[in-house]
Ligand binder design. Structure first.
Ligand code: NAG
Ligand code: NAG
Ligand code: NAG
Ligand code: NAG
Ligand code: NAG
Ligand code: NAG
Ligand code: NAG
Length: 387
């Protein structure tokens, strides 16, 4: 008897709980409805109830009647993002990624979302400038604007985002110089907690500022490839000890590679290819975690094969096309256990090419086209291509 009663009480309590926690805050409900009205195609269940939190609309997640998460990736949303988004003041996470028909300018009202920690707009069609109001989002830790049509400069205000972990602006049409702090104006050099600078595939230009990097920084990935940067690689880069991936390829960088780059012992991917770097071929003997290295198509001084070809056992791909390298390739290179590719075409390598007696079982491509190699010795079994 008591059991039935208790069960009934529990049911009543549960349904009561549901009622009170599911009623959407009227301002949030109105804001969602306004967003929807700007869309020619909205997510599936939007508009089918008057209670986006309680009779939930797709991707709307609430806490205490307030909308806290909008998870609307790949929903086929079509249209623009109205300024009403700024009314969802308890929003912590906004993910509109991969709605390729969602675009137009990004409303500055995003800057009102003071509790936002995550903003993901990758693969949409947003255009115009990145609103400087994003710099007001003090809690933001993840900012991904990859693969849109953003133009103009990177706003200096982003330097105020002291909690930022991930900054991905890649594959847009951004121009101008990288902003650095000056007096009370913030800049990217202040982002000492950020791990990812992904700025590749834009039209950014000017020098990479010496002031951008410091020993306080904790960056893991610097992707600056496929831009229009000029001038030297800043020496301060050698202070960012945490760095694992450094891609500066396909720019117009010149001058010699700073020797302290060799202090970056955690680097596993390094590409400096397709620039105008000169001076001597960099010494990388300190990078004993290096997997992938590409130094092709620069204007390094002619040099003998560097020592690090033999010493870095972690190498998986060694690519130095048109590197001005001469002399004989050490057998030891081919024995690095993870080695998959050796591309050294268009150099002045000479003497005998002997791949030695313990060739990496992973090796697939060996390209020595257009060198001055006199003879080739292959003592052990190797089935794959040698050019
Ligand atoms: C993206 O926006 C541009 C205008 O900025 C427009 O011309 C283009 O059609 C849009 N692309 C898609 C896939 O919606
Ligand atoms: C950056 O933050 C500082 C200190 O909170 C503030 O005074 C300044 O106005 C902010 N600058 C921008 C451009 O947002
Ligand atoms: C970094 O490299 C420079 C130049 O190669 C060298 O003088 C310096 O001692 C190195 N610093 C550290 C901390 O390893
Ligand atoms: C070097 O430059 C040539 C000619 O521009 C290009 O075809 C080749 O792909 C470049 N090599 C690398 C590794 O980027
Ligand atoms: C062969 O390599 C040299 C550089 O060592 C380069 O100048 C020349 O253009 C290359 N020839 C061909 C046919 O690629
Ligand atoms: C290879 O080239 C270097 C520098 O050009 C030269 O000193 C050396 O004698 C050459 N070695 C052979 C075996 O041809
Ligand atoms: C060469 O090919 C044979 C048969 O296709 C294969 O059994 C052997 O493992 C290969 N050797 C190497 C070094 O890849």
């Amino acid at each position: 008897m008591g059991t039935t009663l208790r069960f009934l009480l529990l049911l009543m309590w549960l349904s009561g709980l549901q009622l009170c926690s599911c009623d959407t805050d009227p301002q949030d409900a109105a804001a969602l409805r306004s967003l929807m009205n700007q869309w020619q195609a909205a997510p599936p269940s939007w508009g089918q109830s008057d209670d986006p939190c309680g009779m939930p609309w797709n991707g709307v997640i609430c806490s205490k009647s307030r909308v806290t998460i909008l998870r609307l990736s790949t929903m086929g949303i079509k249209g623009t993002l109205s300024g009403d988004i700024g009314q969802l003041t308890k929003l912590q996470s906004l993910d509109l990624s991969y709605n390729s028909d969602l675009g137009g300018p990004l409303t500055p009202n995003i800057g009102n979302l003071k509790e936002l920690t995550t903003l993901i707009l990758v693969g949409c069609n947003f255009s115009g400038t990145i609103p400087s109001e994003l710099g007001n989002l003090a809690e933001l830790s993840f900012l991904d604007l990859n693969s849109n049509q953003f133009t103009g400069n990177i706003p200096a205000s982003l330097g105020n985002l002291s909690n930022l972990y991930w900054l991905d602006l890649a594959n847009n049409k951004l121009t101008g110089m990288l902003p650095i702090s000056k007096g009370t104006t913030p800049g990217l050099d202040l982002l000492i907690n950020t791990k990812h600078f992904h700025f590749n595939k834009n039209q950014l230009s000017g020098q990479i500022p010496e002031q951008l990097f410091s020993s306080q920084m904790t960056l893991i990935h610097i992707l600056f490839d496929a831009n229009q940067f000029t001038g030297p690689i800043p020496e301060s880069l050698g202070l960012v000890k945490s760095l694992e991936v450094l891609r500066l390829d396909r720019n117009f960088l010149s001058g010699s590679v700073p020797s302290n780059i060799n202090n970056l012992t955690n680097i596993n991917e390094l590409s400096l290819a397709n620039n105008k770097l000169d001076g001597s071929m960099p010494d990388l003997t300190g990078m004993n975690n290096l997997n992938y290295v590409d130094l092709s198509n620069n204007t390094f001084e002619p040099s003998e094969v560097p020592a690090w070809f033999s010493t870095i056992q972690s190498l998986t791909a060694l690519v130095v096309e048109s590197g001005g390298l001469s002399g004989q390739i050490p057998e030891k290179l081919f024995s690095h256990p993870q080695l998959q590719q050796v591309i050294l075409k268009n150099n002045e390598l000479n003497g005998t090419l002997d791949m030695g007696s313990s060739i990496s079982s992973q090796l697939q491509i060996v390209d020595f086209q257009n060198n001055s190699i006199a003879s080739f010795i292959l003592t052990s079994k190797y089935n794959n291509t040698v050019m």
